[in-house]
Structure formats: C-alpha cells, structure tokens
Design a protein around this ligand. Structure first.
Ligand SMILES: [Zn+2]
Length: 221
C-alpha cells in the first residue's frame, strides 16, 4: 500500500466524534472506516480514518455544518443571544431574562447545547425569515421546547402587552387573566387602561352600548 495508515483508537474522541468500532475498508480505495458517534447529538455514522485523525470533523455532518458553517448565521446568533440573556449577568438584557428567573432548557447550555438548540429550532419551528424573533409563548415561561415560536416585532409587543402584569385589589396577574376573570374583552380592557381609566372602573364597568366592543359588535341596528 505504501501509505501510512492513520492511527485511530476505539473509544477515543477526535474533534467532536467518538470512535465506536471499526466497520471495514473500502473495497477499492482501501480506506478504513470507523463508526463514529457525534459527541453533540449522539448520531452514529461511518467516517474515514483519515478524516477522524485530522481532528477537524467537528461532529456528525449536521452538527459540523452548524459548528463550522452556521457560526455566523441567523439561527446561531439567535440561539447564542438567548444563552447570553439567560446565563451572562454582564449581558444588557440579563435583568429582564435570566435575572428574573427565566431559565434555559438544561440541554441547551454550553457550546454543544447551542448546536442542539439550533437543531431544535430547525426541526420544530417554521423556517426563520428576516424580521422574526424568538418569542416565548408564555412570557413568564422558560426558553424550552414547547414554549417557543417565531414572532414579528409587533406580535411580540402584543404578547408582552397581553402579559402585562396588573395589580388590582391586592392581586397581580396578567391582563389576559384579568380579562377572563372579570369578563371584559382583552382589547376593551387594554383600551380602557391606556385611556387612563381607574382600574376599579376599567375592571367593573359593563361593556354596554357605549363600550368600544359592544358598539362595534352590535353595528347600527
Ligand atoms: Zn451530531
């Protein structure tokens, strides 16, 4: 053969992949292949010994693409931004996120977690497009599977508005929860509060003929 065989040891980790077992040599090129396990996602696939030994695989094809190729792209920056807001007290938005008890899904911490988060976003949300930001469905909930969606800036502002905390009669809850409790439509309640009504009046005055909603709903009958 004449060439030096790359040395690869079973059980060792090289650049994001762990060598699991020898799976055979290519019949023509005689290149040796090993089944490798991606350190980040656990996927197993055959990889050539020379590539493994280079230490530059960076994981399975998909994780490597994120590590090497996507490091400056949007999903990566979005996921990285979330990590920063949650875990870095020096981050300017920390106080409104990690600082107030919002947590990051345990599997999404650290560099590998970042890749797993990007993959989750790719697999579970519609494709990202410019103008969309990562929004928590429940604004008081965590950054975790099931509580995330893409939202435009105005949807997100709306979500925040609906999640506005209002203290009335010694209790604090979201605008939406108050709306349900007192039976006044959310939009009407928002309008009343923005118009400067006292909370007692905004929460208690029936939506009547002169109510914003009532007037529209009834039309000009
Ligand atoms: Zn992987």
């Amino acid at each position: 053969m004449g060439c030096i065989k790359p040395v690869v040891t079973i059980g060792e980790t090289y650049g994001g992949v762990e060598v699991v077992y020898f799976c055979g040599s290519h019949p023509k090129t005689h290149k040796r292949f090993y089944i490798c396990k991606c350190v980040t996602c656990g996927k197993e696939a055959p990889r050539a010994a020379s590539k493994i030994a280079s230490g530059r695989l960076g994981g399975c094809m998909r994780c490597a693409r994120i590590t090497h190729g996507l490091s400056h792209t949007d999903l990566y920056s979005i996921a990285h931004g979330v990590q920063e807001r949650i875990t870095n007290p020096d981050c300017i938005s920390f106080s409104s996120h990690g600082g107030r008890g919002i947590e990051l899904y345990p599997g999404w911490h650290g560099p590998d977690g970042l890749i797993r988060m990007v993959r989750w976003l790719e697999d579970n949300l519609p494709p990202w497009r410019p103008g969309l930001t990562l929004d928590r469905i429940n604004n008081d909930g965590n950054y975790e599977p099931g509580n995330l969606r893409w939202a435009t800036a105005s949807q997100q502002a709306n979500n925040r508005r609906n999640n506005r905390r209002i203290t009335w009669r010694g209790r604090t809850q979201n605008l939406i929860e108050w709306s349900r409790e007192v039976g006044i439509p959310r939009d009407t309640l928002t309008w009343r509060i923005n118009a400067g009504w006292s909370l007692d009046r905004a929460m208690a005055e029936p939506v009547g003929r002169n109510g914003r909603r009532g007037w529209r709903a009834k039309g000009r009958a």
